[in-house]
Unconditional design. Structure first.
Lengths: 272, 651
């Protein structure tokens, strides 16, 4: 199915472009443990791509490969049609990839605004000295970045908590702040690690809405890991299913739903 | 300041806008917090923006006399939409933004709007729902395009695009012609009344209604350019139209729109309005939150607060009214202002309030006095849509919690034999749109309008006192006046009591149902280590009942003070096992109790209150939010309250 077409238009009118990221035969080992076994899949421009699977399937490891935190022992990561050499996460960030974390990784003592501003680091070029004196270009730069951040705050409707320290916020809002920070980096590819974990139904609905809106308004490509099958099937264009480090399914939500291997993995049929 | 331009020339809102541009074109007219910053528009900007939109609407084919529906949260651009509509001789019809799609459909159909201007996707969706089966609506204009990109744009345009179209259209001459064609008796706006009974009615207000009222009320309170207001109440409500358009354009003061409904309190603090209106529940909510937070404060701070609030209650209102106060008290109040009142007012965002109003419901005297004591010039007014807001209001120096003031300038009052209040004023509405019958039954040939409220004019002061809705006021078996709301309002002042329903019409004595406030009582229970597993259990806890009994006794003592109403003291009461709820039909959506429904539904409880039993077993059907029904059962304690001897009833 891969590379069969250059681009196509989804039922709801979005244009899905060419392949943005191509994972080729990835194998990742930790000592003797093979977390990921020879997996290949691609992520196309403008799509919402989900990676699902039972606990311990290797989903987070996969995301960490994409984000450059892990370097696979075997296989190649192709990004924008070029083979990506082993990179540090900050270098990957410079290539336009941003992420959120499964266990929220915000600065608890800082305000929401400051937390989101940290997402703009990539857009700030003035030196420590100029920024400390808040002089000339540094001042202009901060104003520009603040404006960009305020647009995201407006987009995610977190104006009311702009000045609130993150530590005082409930869980669902923290998740939204994390999304805001990732968006502040203006990524081309947004990685979401269990964005809906631990949320109630209403919070899940809100988060789904925001993910769809981000994809729709900014054209951001989204790759997400999620446990909640209902949510995944509703919002994603294509789904990769992993089990015990292997890829057992790949396709549209409907295709995946009918895949016998996937059903077995989720219903707990014995593996040989 | 009231400029001395001849009356004749200022016969419409657009004409007043043009005057403001000439007189103080570079002063801020509207502000809105967006992207974390207060963005401002001067009067000159407003003129340009409204011209562009008006010409855009002309270009889209808007005819004079068309109705243009406007729906969304308070935003400058939507206020301008109303002015733009007036500029081309159209009638703006603001609708409640939280109205359901059917209600919007009814209004759109009733007024036959060809154009609708919507704030955002939510409103566009509702209009789209309403549009099915609606032939009159031709075009929807939206302000915030988020989420609308994929919508069918055949009959939909963004606000900015319409403005661009207007700027490019070259229709300035036709625009000027349409604006000039307006006179003092042209329709200024049409507002739908919320309609507690039957279908909402479209109240037509003329330029004369709006401008005369704005002028009179602005002079009454010396409102002037330089004042600041926060526009946060629904745009479809007549009060907001008068404050944010009528008075704003008349005086040239600045209207500030909050960033979102959730940031209202922060924005209030940042703006520090000088002229402020809020319904009683807002003041009540603020007071409750202050009191709860003081409970959590350290012992010293709490002592400081209690001590100086005592001083403030004694001295503050007198200082505001300019009555003589001893030097020592003045000094104590000053100190209190430095340590307690000043910072508290600042936190509440009320530091700069010069004129504050509350209306809509009776406000608890204790709540009212609390704000007056802090030095906030909070006053009451009485009004309705049909009067273009103002019927009576309280002049500075004559403010009391139990009256609604003297007739506003230009208003005449009379009380019918039935006790119902009638008025006649320059603000008296033109008609109910397409509803001659209702117009005739509300407004007589001489222009007197029935308010539907019962009240009387106090001898000596000339202040109007409203007792209750005319249809709710009754008589006790012994002929004494029965005004349930009067007593309920006194009960509801206590933070522990959320709702109260008093019965007694045609009976020999009054009894009451009481709903506890789960927030306040729950907080108290937590503090006192009282365990409870449900609302029902908490409501029947002996200590809770004891507290409520104390409140009822205190209310009886205060009701007994009033000669006319002392028969309304509560003899027996019970605390209900469930919260009165709109889903169960016990309240209206605006949280007003439906006395008759409650009386029928809980007739077993009322019977028990009158037959002297000390407890009663009851089964009640409840409706859950998802529409499922269930049944709850409870045994409720019935308590006797202390009743003070009835005095001789004068009159």
């Amino acid at each position: 199915m891969k590379d069969t077409v250059d681009s196509y238009v989804t039922e709801d009118g979005r244009t899905i472009g060419k392949v943005l990221m191509d994972m080729k035969n990835i194998t990742l080992r930790f000592g003797g443990v093979e977390a990921i076994k020879d997996i290949s899949f691609d992520i196309r421009e403008g799509e919402i791509r989900a990676i699902i699977g039972p606990n311990g399937a290797g989903k987070s490891s996969m995301l960490n490969v994409i984000s450059g935190f892990y370097n696979p022992q075997v296989g190649e990561v192709w990004f924008r049609g070029e083979k990506r050499p082993p990179m540090k996460p900050f270098q990957v960030a410079r290539h336009g990839i941003a992420r959120t974390f499964q266990n929220i990784a915000l600065f608890e003592g800082m305000s929401v605004l400051d937390n989101v501003m940290t997402g703009r680091l990539r857009q700030m070029n003035t030196g420590l000295f100029a920024q400390a004196l808040w002089w000339g270009k540094a001042q202009r730069e901060e104003t520009e970045n603040r404006e960009a951040v305020e647009k995201i705050i407006d987009f995610l409707e977190i104006q009311a908590i702009r000045k609130t320290p993150v530590g005082r916020l409930p869980y669902g809002l923290k998740k939204r702040v994390e999304l805001a920070r990732a968006l502040a980096a203006e990524p081309d590819l947004l990685l979401l690690d269990e964005p809906m974990a631990g949320m109630n139904v209403e919070e899940k609905e809100d988060m789904s809405r925001y993910i769809l809106d981000v994809n729709d308004e900014f054209g951001t490509t989204v790759a997400l890991i999620e446990h909640d099958m209902g949510v995944v099937m509703d919002i994603s264009d294509r789904v990769v299913v992993m089990d015990y480090g292997r890829k057992i399914g790949d396709g549209t939500p409907d295709e995946v739903r009918g895949n016998q291997d996937v059903i077995d993995a989720y219903l707990g049929v014995q593996h040989d | 300041m009231t400029p001395a331009t001849p009356e004749g020339a200022l016969h419409s809102i657009p004409a007043l806008l043009a005057r403001n541009v000439a007189q103080h074109g570079s002063k801020a007219a509207y502000r809105e917090k967006e992207y974390g910053i207060w963005q401002s528009w001067t009067w000159a900007d407003v003129a340009e923006e409204t011209d562009a939109l008006a010409m855009g609407l002309l270009d889209l084919g808007a005819d004079a006399g068309d109705h243009i529906a406007i729906i969304g949260r308070n935003r400058p651009a939507l206020y301008w939409a109303m002015i733009a509509a007036q500029k081309i001789g159209c009638v703006p019809v603001p609708l409640y933004q939280d109205a359901a799609a059917e209600e919007i459909a009814y209004a759109l159909e009733h007024c036959g709007a060809r154009f609708a201007i919507a704030g955002d996707q939510e409103q566009v969706d509702k209009i789209a729902d309403a549009r099915e089966g609606l032939t009159t609506l031709e075009h929807v204009i939206y302000l915030d395009g988020r989420g609308l990109r994929k919508y069918d744009h055949a009959a939909m345009t963004s606000y900015a695009d319409v403005q661009d179209r207007g700027r490019a259209s070259g229709l300035a001459a036709r625009l000027a012609e349409r604006t000039a064609a307006q006179d003092y008796d042209s329709t200024c706006v049409m507002l739908y009344t919320s309609g507690t009974t039957g279908r909402p009615k479209g109240v037509v207000l003329s330029n004369r209604n709006v401008i005369e009222t704005s002028k009179n009320s602005a002079e009454f309170d010396d409102l002037r350019a330089g004042d600041e207001v926060l526009a946060y109440l629904p745009m479809a409500w007549v009060g907001d139209f008068i404050f944010s358009i009528g008075q704003a354009v008349w005086t040239g003061f600045c209207v500030n729109c909050p960033e979102s409904e959730h940031t209202m309190m922060t924005d209030l603090r940042e703006i520090g309005p000088t002229y402020y209106f809020a319904p009683p529940r807002v003041f009540e909510g603020q007071l409750t939150s202050v009191m709860i937070r003081m409970e959590d404060a350290g012992r010293f701070k709490k002592w400081l607060f209690d001590h100086f609030m005592e001083v403030a209650r004694r001295v503050g209102p007198d200082l505001l009214d300019g009555k003589p106060v001893s030097f020592g008290d003045k000094l104590r109040y000053r100190l209190g202002n430095l340590l307690v009142f000043g910072p508290l007012k600042n936190t509440l965002g009320l530091s700069r309030v010069r004129v504050g109003y509350t209306a809509g419901e009776a406000i608890g005297p204790e709540i009212f006095d609390f704000y007056r004591a802090l030095g906030i010039n909070l006053k009451q007014l009485y009004g309705q849509t049909e009067a273009t807001v103002f019927i009576t209001q309280q002049p500075d120096g004559e403010v009391r919690s139990d009256t609604v003031g003297v007739p506003s300038p230009g208003v005449e009052l009379k009380i019918a034999d039935s006790g119902e209040v009638f008025y006649r004023s320059p603000g008296t509405f033109v008609e109910y749109y397409k509803n001659a019958d209702s117009t005739a039954s509300t407004k007589d040939a001489d222009g007197w309008v029935a308010t539907g409220d019962a009240g009387f004019i106090e001898e000596g002061t000339g202040h109007l006192r409203i007792i209750d809705r005319a249809k709710d006021v009754g008589k006790l078996a012994d002929g004494g006046l029965f005004a349930p709301k009067y007593v309920e309002n006194k009960l509801k002042f206590y933070p522990n009591i959320l709702e109260a329903v008093v019965f007694g019409a045609g009976r020999d004595r009054c009894v009451a149902f009481i709903n506890i406030d789960l927030t306040a009582v729950g907080n108290w229970a937590e503090r006192n280590n009282i365990a409870y597993s449900s609302y029902q259990e908490l409501s029947q806890h002996p200590k809770v009942l004891e507290t409520i009994e104390g409140h009822v006794n205190a209310v009886n003592a205060s009701v007994a003070d009033d000669d006319m109403l002392s028969g309304c003291q509560i003899h027996r009461f019970l605390v209900l096992h469930k919260e009165l709820d709109a889903d169960d039909g016990e309240m209206t959506r605006t949280r007003k109790v439906r006395r008759a429904v409650i009386g029928d539904k809980f007739d077993d409880l009322i019977a028990a209150l009158y037959d002297g039993s000390s407890e009663v077993y009851t089964e009640t059907e409840v409706t859950y939010e998802d529409g499922r029904k269930g049944k709850i059962t409870a045994t409720l304690d019935i308590r006797d309250a202390k009743v003070l001897a009835k005095r001789e009833v004068a009159a």
